[in-house]
Design a protein around this ligand. Structure first.
Ligand code: UD1
Length: 419
């Protein structure tokens, strides 16, 4: 099994170009199932989750062609699309549930595996299913599969989500795009990736507009158009490298981004003493010797993202006092804390709160990744140690970080993949 070896204590300096967003690409790829027209997508990141989504599309009958040089893929879903999404693909990536909405919208039926829980929490799909039933979908769960059909096709309705959910908002936007009449979605997630999905769907000919801060109005359309769409930058990857620069006392320029989309993250870093200079499409982050402690919680956008919680925790281990993070999105997202404690951190977990003592010097160790963001937090900690750390189970990391060793080596890190 592959591992990553990291030898630390180097200031990271230079430029890092941010890849396309994984979390934006996944719903956009699923949404292509709505269309019998030509779809071209640019800027997909080369990460495992995208490969899995493409395998899932191919298993459904999509014809997918790559133009690697241009980072462009062509998708043709015009004929022979099946409506069965198997356990073997959906189990490895929860975003597989996003094919449910488009299949029901276009074919009025679907059999999709339940994604199941994962390391960070139970992650049910009840909100997706309840909302789809309001569009006329009947479903039952049998042997781990959602058997769903809409006898009269999808019919627009007013839906208020009981809780803000990124995935449920995406599934319903996609499904409502072909539903008969008007759908109003209330209490929607407003993550930038949702705006990116809407922009892509609009280019495909869908009629979607924001009619309030968390309200989206969709008028179903009958025909779609050919589309060429470039996905947005990966804001979590950007935040991860910003923290890497701050943590190693570095001086890194992060390019290919839109800083105003990550204002919350920039402001938190500034608040704890990191020097950040944002320009139109770049950010320069300078490390500082003195990090201030902070108390914060994760929350849906525009709050601080749960997907950056583990990385920020590593930085707070270097603060001048005790910090506290409340994890408000997932019930079990502190799996990195015991591993960081093995490296010398002093983190105590109490319910959904992590209490983090500062002024820590991490020590190199053999480490084990438990999920995507936890993995990268361990690499960040390893970058500050004197010795050699070895990270096992890096398949988690490969799900979401494009060319991570190559990018880190370019800014001076000593990191290599071994098997
Ligand atoms: C997406 C992101 C993930 C991010 C998360 C929160 C993708 C592919 N993944 O995941 O990286 O960490 O948003 O920003 O974009 N919930 C229910 N029932 C449901 C749906 C969700 O109880 O039907 C709960 C979840 O368990 C969780 C919370 O709602 O506690 C938020 O989850 P959600 O926003 O749906 O996350 P994902 O879309 O799975």
């Amino acid at each position: 099994m592959e591992k990553l070896e990291v030898i630390g204590v180097k200031k990271l300096k230079g430029n890092i170009k941010i890849s396309g967003s994984k979390n934006s690409s996944l719903p956009i790829l699923a949404a292509t199932l709505l269309s019998d027209k030509k779809v071209h997508i640019i800027n997909l990141p080369k990460v495992k989750d995208i490969e899995t989504m493409i395998l899932l599309l191919r298993s459904l009958g999509s014809k997918v062609k790559f133009n690697k040089k241009k980072k462009l893929i062509n998708i043709d879903n015009s004929k022979n699309i099946k409506t069965f999404a198997s356990y073997s693909l959906v189990k490895t990536m929860r975003a597989g549930i996003l094919v449910l909405g488009p299949l029901l919208a276009r074919f009025w039926k679907a059999k999709v595996s339940l994604p199941g829980g994962c390391a960070i929490g139970a992650r049910p799909v009840d909100i997706h299913l309840k909302a789809l039933s309001k569009l006329g979908v009947k479903y039952k769960i049998k042997n781990g599969y959602i058997h769903a059909n809409a006898p009269k096709g999808l019919i627009g309705n007013i839906i208020k989500f009981s809780k803000i959910s990124v995935g449920a908002t995406e599934n319903l936007i996609i499904a409502s795009s072909l539903a008969k009449g008007k759908t109003i979605l209330k209490n929607c997630a407003i993550e930038p990736e949702i705006k990116d999905l809407i922009n892509c769907l609009r280019k495909m000919g869908c009629n979607i507009k924001w009619s309030g801060k968390r309200t989206i109005t969709i008028i179903g359309v009958k025909k779609l158009l050919d589309v060429k769409y470039k996905v947005m930058f990966d804001r979590i990857e950007a935040g991860t490298y910003m923290i890497a620069s701050a943590l190693t006392g570095g001086n890194m320029k992060i390019t290919n981004i839109v800083p105003k989309i990550i204002n919350t993250e920039i402001n938190i870093l500034k608040k704890i003493g990191v020097k950040v200079i944002a320009k139109e499409n770049t950010i320069r982050v300078f490390g500082t010797k003195k990090i201030k402690s902070i108390k914060l919680k994760t929350s849906p956008y525009p709050g601080f993202p749960t997907d950056l919680q583990a990385q920020l925790m590593v930085l707070l281990c270097k603060a001048d006092g005790r910090s506290e993070i409340s994890e408000e999105i997932f019930e079990n997202r502190f799996m990195h804390a015991p591993e960081l404690n093995r490296m010398g951190a002093k983190i105590r977990i109490s319910g959904n709160r992590a209490i983090i003592e500062g002024n820590i010097n991490f020590k190199a160790a053999e480490l084990m990744a438990t999920d995507l963001r936890a993995s990268v937090s361990l690499i960040l900690a390893a970058l500050t140690t004197k010795g050699k750390s070895v990270l096992n189970r890096i398949y988690h990391l490969d799900r979401g970080y494009e060319y991570i060793e190559r990018k880190l080596r370019k800014v001076g890190a000593r990191i290599k993949r071994t098997s």
